[in-house]
Write a protein that binds this ligand. Structure first.
Ligand SMILES: [Zn+2]
Ligand SMILES: [Zn+2]
Length: 132
């Protein structure tokens, strides 16, 4: 972990708590989990901090989840400029792609393979199997 960055972030966001964990993550409302050292860990830190800055909470649907992920990356880019951290756009797109793939897999109907949709309660519905 970039110590300079980590100290600056802790100074700038004294209300957030930072804990070590197995991987970078955000626990609402204000806890950022710091993963092990890896390539782009500085951007990952800023990304998780961004979720807290944007006051992200629980999400019911996966579309909301994807929206929060891209918002958090937009915010992370702002913070990266502020802290003079290099923004690797390819890395960010790869991270978003893993969410898109995950969303795509989750939304497939296990019976017929059609793309299902989610209602605001978070439940999936298949337009074919449920006879809409
Ligand atoms: Zn995220
Ligand atoms: Zn189906």
């Amino acid at each position: 972990m970039n110590e300079r960055l980590f100290n600056q972030v802790r100074n700038d966001f004294p209300d957030f708590s930072f804990r070590q964990g197995k991987k970078f993550a955000f626990r609402p409302p204000t806890t950022v989990i710091i993963g092990p050292d890896e390539a782009h860990d500085d951007l990952l830190l800023l990304h998780e901090v961004s979720h807290a800055v944007l006051k992200h909470r629980d999400f019911k649907t996966n579309i909301e989840r994807l929206k929060m992920e891209s918002e958090a990356w937009e915010k992370a880019k702002e913070l990266a400029n502020k802290y003079k951290i290099e923004v690797d756009e390819d890395f960010i797109q790869d991270e978003l792609d893993t969410y898109r793939d995950w969303l795509h897999k989750k939304s497939r109907c296990p019976k017929c393979g059609l793309t299902r949709f989610q209602t605001p309660d978070g439940l999936y519905h298949c337009p074919r199997c449920e006879n809409f």
